[in-house]
Design a protein around this ligand. Sequence first.
Ligand SMILES: Nc1ncnc2c1ncn2[C@@H]1O[C@H](COP(=O)(O)OP(=O)(O)OP(=O)(O)O)[C@@H](O)[C@H]1O
Ligand SMILES: [Mg+2]
Length: 480
Amino acid sequence: MTNDTIHILVIEDEEFDVRRIINTVKPYPQVKIDDIVSSGADALNLVSKKKSIYDVVIMDFQIAGGVMGEELIREIKRINALIQIIVITKMTIHQTDFDFANRLIQAGAYWFCTKYPGDIESYIYQPTDFILSIVNAFEKKRLESDNIHTRRKLDKNVRDILSKKQIIGVSEPIKLLRDQIQQFAETNASVLIYGKSGTGKELVATNIHYLSSRNLESFVPINCGSIPRDLIESELFGFEKGSFTGAQENRAGLFERANGGTIFLDEVSEFPLTAQSKLLRVLQDGQIDKIGRKKSYEVDVRIISATNKDLEKMVQERKFREDLFYRLNVLQIYVPSLQERKEDIPVLTDHYLNRYSREMGRIKPEFQEGAMNVLIDYHWPGNVRQLQNVVQRMLFLSRGEISRANVVDAIGMKMSFTERRQLYQFDRENILPLKEIERSFRKEYIKFVRSLCKTDAEAAQKLDLAPPNYFRISKELGLK
Ligand SMILES: Nc1ncnc2c1ncn2[C@@H]1O[C@H](COP(=O)(O)OP(=O)(O)OP(=O)(O)O)[C@@H](O)[C@H]1O
Ligand SMILES: [Mg+2]
């Protein structure tokens, strides 16, 4: 039995029964009657004031006037659903009325007993039974309250994950994407996400899972391209001990571990043709065929997959099973590339600038005029992932404000000469006189070539300039 004090409110309008209740619980010091009231209104008043004090309410079913019976039960539960209610009634009416007992439980009562007849003066009910019901009610309250705590913690975890995995953007395509995610999260259907590299496909899959009703279960990402072909079946579906040499114990596959949750098949185009029929079986009947096991095993997993390849074309070329494609492609989401949503570039840049400055312990720098346009005009083949890297590099390169040159350099580490030239041609917001753009271009280009060479002489040679000319030009451009 519990050692904690159990706090009780008694609702009873007959003095005689109040005395019998007090007497019945008296031998058990943990049971403490805090208050006794004789009307429903008084009871509700007290429960509101002391809602976190009472553990158990012992109430007479029929009390004179005002709120009583099932209505009173409902009201108490509405104020604090954790409070457990024990109902006592006159034996004469309700001893064999199951329908009545059922209605009480429906209303939210925990337990129900009929009072002893009036000629038994000391007890309201068989004392050990009565106390046991109070203690059990208290235990139930404790379990419910633990459950609520756990549930709250889990919910908070989910919220934390979602806030870290926010999909940032203000463009129309991104708003549509967020709507689709919300909508698809409410279903159980398979989703195929397609989009270029670095656009946020995994981010979308993560959001769908954590917004869905499966969000307390696992989200299991599988990169289909990185699991060796001959291991994919055992990785995904598991195996039984002794089913092949090396199978020294039973092993649960990823599908089994994701049971109840979501599996994310990333780069699904790389899923080996030979194993595709097994995957299809899971999708069709929720059955997995574990290696070495006769009976198949049932799982409930939602499938989200992603690809940056044209799966339909692969189907036509017989490189991907058509029936599997239709199973995966029930709902589709297209994640637009940065080029299709240039309005998002400043927003994302700002977001990452905030984050990385904070991480590096630096004050967030401002952009000099024209610098942001370089970012907007760039074509971002690596999409958001590339933008993240560029922002990090910009922070390393800049002192104080971020200049156009910093941005160019940050992008340029991976840029070809043609791309570099494009940067100068496509800055529509900042049309410079030809002389000036030429000068800026010469400067950047010489810097670029010099950075690839060990000496000035080598740079001069690559640029096909006589060394004195190279030095003169460099000096004029402020490079020396
Ligand atoms: N709209 C966005 N808002 C915030 N972060 C984003 C957004 N889109 C992508 N990211 C971030 O960009 C990075 C790349 O995203 P993710 O890995 O989801 O892309 P992917 O499409 O799966 O890429 P790949 O094709 O290379 O696998 C991640 O760090 C992700 O958090
Ligand atoms: Mg990815």
